[in-house]
Design a protein around this ligand. Sequence first.
Ligand SMILES: O=C(O)CCC(=O)C(=O)O
Ligand SMILES: [Fe+2]
Length: 593
Amino acid sequence: ALKLLLEPEERPIKIGAFQGVEHRWNVNKSLRVRGSNGTVSCMKIPGMLPRETASRLLSLVKGSAAYDLEPDSVDQMPSFEFYPMVAGKWVDEALKDELDAFAQTVLLPYVRQVYRCSHCTLADILVRRYVAGERRTHQLHFDSHAFVTVVLGLSDPSEFEGGLYIQSGPNASSREFVPLEPGDVFVHSFDLQHGVRLWKGTRYSLVFWIKTSLQAVVDGTAPWYEVAAGRRDPDALFNLAGQYLEGTSGRDANPKKAAELYEQAAAMGHLGAQTHLGLLLAEADGPDLTASARWLQSAAKAGDVLGQKSLAFAYANGQGVQQNLTRSAKWMARAAEQDDLEAAYVLGTMYLHGQGVKVSRPQAERWLRQSAEAGYAEAQREMALFEKDKASNSPEEVNFTAVAAWLQLAARQGDREARLLLADLYSRQNRHTDALQLWRKLAKLGDAQAQWQLGKCYAEGRGTKAKPKKALAFFSKAAAQGHEEAAQDLSRISGSMKTRKGSMRVAHGEISPRRPQSDVSHWLPMPSPSCSSLHKAEQGFIAIATLSLKLRMSPMQPFACCLFAHTERDRDCQPRHPPGPVTAYEAIGGTKS
Ligand SMILES: O=C(O)CCC(=O)C(=O)O
Ligand SMILES: [Fe+2]
């Protein structure tokens, strides 16, 4: 059962043509930051936008094709958002027709009155969707680049379970969900910690970001931090530090200044600042891993989810602490229990491979599924492999429909490895057109494995007419990226092309041994990307061994694995150690002298 925000203070309000009620909560910051005596308010105004307008908006945004797969700034997962307004300018006429008058005559006057900011101006508007198979979360965060945020409910609460929550304490157990009917608005400032979590159904929301002046909107700056940080508000220090770290909101990137600000907030007990300071100290030029681990311990023990996950990675890597997989698993579990999707995914793989925990397929499935169902692409891909391995003793019993369904979800989110595996699967099911479509997409993005596969299709006339020249071109492209099999196929095909001087020259044109010496480094053999990597049993070990403490910036690299280990590809799935360097000459079929 979800804990809902109870509705305390109420007052009647009248803004332009709108008459209604404002519900207001004052959240005590000391629950989260020991050394703070401040509060942060948030307000709900039921029915501020007429329900009929909200329902027309919902149809408009449901039909939009503009949702973006670009990584989100908070969690790096595909964002599934689009912006009808950017830097104060409408870019979506249909949404403008429905919303502009409301925004200018009701919403902004309300915000200006409540926050006493007579120059507050609308900066950006975005639409987010949360649907099955895609992201169903927006992890805990602050909206650091907006002085005030307004969330407009669009979907009927009966259509989903969960929704927008605020989190007043360090732990996920203090989450309180904000029920929003279509047309209700929820208003908060840059220092309210919040997130979104759905367990069922579909939700669309519309978010307004408001800044303190027109100038700030035009310049993309956040000048209110100078004031708030001057008051030594720990959340302001924390957000400002993030802007200096990333070089956003018009600030020049300045890691040193970021560290100072994190340090001030961390000293007041700001757990997020402690974690970020810990991560920064590990990344610095002269890293101080011991101090880093100390901050991570402090934040993790107090319940900060990112601190727990980061400490888990530190234990896995032995960074600032004695390497200890049992402790790593323990902290990973603490973060996963707080619903961190990456932590749940990693914990699942730890159970799969028995790292820091006893091997347990039920536990592995539990955590992988939790992460996958909330939209984490790597976990979706891992669920496909899990599904496949269920029948590892009798390959003919594999439920390939289920395998494909998971792969499709991850592939649709842009997961490269899942796209390769799916194309491979299609190809084996003689769905050559589907396979080709995926390989083409990947080849266009420069993927060597897909280029090689495309080359083979053209060479063998599989799913397309045989086109030796095209095959040659794709083999060359892949080989030039160091793809071994492609280099072999290239030498085979260019040899069999009647070895006329002309055709040899085609091959040489792409990968000429007469290239400058420095280019030969590209020919160092690399394992082929898809089955490349390693036997499954080794996989997790490598994953843990290479886990990066930098996870705040870069989620753990997906690791490749082999879907068809039990079939004719067994050979490819053995651990392969790169042989010695291959010269360009060898790669096109010459022999070593
Ligand atoms: O979808 C929502 O209700 C809010 C999303 C959010 O917090 C954000 O986009 O920053
Ligand atoms: Fe937000």
